[in-house]
Design a protein around this ligand. Structure first.
Ligand SMILES: Cc1cc2nc3c(=O)[nH]c(=O)nc-3n(C[C@H](O)[C@H](O)[C@H](O)COP(=O)(O)O)c2cc1C
Length: 128
């Protein structure tokens, strides 16, 4: 068994976190890993919003169905399918088709999953 298979097989969702901060280096590497995910036509139609404001985190925790860890975890990243950059580069770009919505959701999920892989490399740092 190699480390990749071992990590896949030991996957589990974490819903309790310590307040141990995530280092700048680790956060940068998480985002680098996310950026390395496959994306349809390499359009990378994802934006990641890092929420550091505790009031906003509390509101988001409520909006997410009272999921306390949204407020408690050392970092909270919101992963968004986002075509705004494409419109900034080409204002008359035709966006909004069903296929693009699906591509946005799939690409964004792949990026978030890549970030998850990186987190696991750090030996469940921050989770209890
Ligand atoms: C698309 C998707 C959305 C999910 N949303 C949430 C969520 O909002 N809150 C949560 O605690 N877990 C969420 N999960 C995690 C699942 O509940 C979890 O993966 C599933 O119960 C299996 O448990 P495991 O990940 O420990 O194997 C989500 C998983 C997927 C794939």
């Amino acid at each position: 068994m190699n480390q990749v298979i071992d990590t896949l097989l030991s996957h589990r969702s974490i819903r309790k976190f310590s307040d141990e901060p995530i280092s700048t280096e680790q956060l940068a590497q998480i985002l680098d890993c996310a950026r390395s995910a496959s994306s349809s036509s390499f359009i990378q139609c994802t934006s990641v919003i890092r929420i550091t404001d505790s009031d906003k985190r509390a509101k988001l925790a409520t909006l997410a169905g009272n999921q306390a860890y949204v407020e408690q975890a050392a970092e909270f990243l919101v992963w968004c399918a986002d075509f705004n950059r494409h419109l900034a580069v080409k204002p008359d770009a035709r966006v909004g088709y069903t296929e693009q919505t699906l591509i946005g959701a799939v690409d964004t999920a792949l990026m978030a999953q890549n970030a998850w892989w990186q987190q696991n490399r750090w030996d469940w740092a921050g989770s209890i």
